[in-house]
Design a protein around this ligand. Structure first.
Ligand code: ZN
Length: 59
């Protein structure tokens, strides 16, 4: 059995809660060009309507 990943929200630092196996409450934002991935929790996702807004908050 593998350990569940404790992904953290890039914006607020909260740990993303795993509701079900392999299901994380949040989303992964991919930054164009850099290939970097950022985890964003559901709450922060709600606060920032678009992907562009999220990337601005991350920066
Ligand atoms: Zn967050």
């Amino acid at each position: 059995m593998s350990k569940p990943t404790m992904a953290k929200c890039t914006i607020c630092g909260n740990k993303l809660v795993e509701l079900f196996l392999n299901k994380v409450k949040g989303t992964v934002i991919k930054k164009e060009g850099s290939g970097k991935q950022y985890h964003v929790c559901f709450e922060c996702q709600k606060k920032h309507a678009s992907k562009e807004e999220l990337l601005k908050a991350i920066k």
